[in-house]
Ligand binder design. Structure first.
Ligand code: SF4
Length: 116
């Protein structure tokens, strides 16, 4: 189930998929132009970069509009969910807009009702 993957686990799985399921190659990846490269081991880098914002930026580079421009609309319309059919599915799909669907409502004022 996709929603049980954390954003960091999703990046790790995405990179492992990218490297032909070879974890050693993920560690050895030299594509430092890839914005998720610092997260490829499944841990946050020391510079405390924001994981969700980084995934969103990665998706903005991936899903372009008809003029090959960055487009949040194109990201939102991406159909590469793991639930979708082959030829392509993407581990980053749940987090593509920079939000975490697993945390919807967490910390909201409404969640504090009836808790005293
Ligand atoms: S979720 Fe879609 S836009 Fe984001 S990296 Fe995957 S295929 Fe690209």
């Amino acid at each position: 189930m996709v929603k049980t993957l954390t954003p960091l686990t999703s990046i790790r799985k995405n990179c492992t998929d990218c490297m032909g399921e070879n974890p050693k190659l993920v560690q050895q990846c030299v594509d430092t132009d890839c914005i998720i490269h610092p997260f490829r081991s499944g841990r946050r880098p020391h510079n405390k970069a924001n994981t969700l914002k980084t995934i969103k930026e990665h998706c903005l580079n991936c899903a372009r509009n008809e003029n090959n421009e960055k487009s949040i609309k194109a990201v939102k319309e991406c159909t590469a969910s793991l639930d979708s059919e082959w030829p392509y599915a993407c581990y980053l799909h749940p987090y593509r807009t920079g939000n975490n669907p697993n945390r919807v409502g967490v910390g909201a004022i409404s969640s504090l009702k009836n808790t005293h």
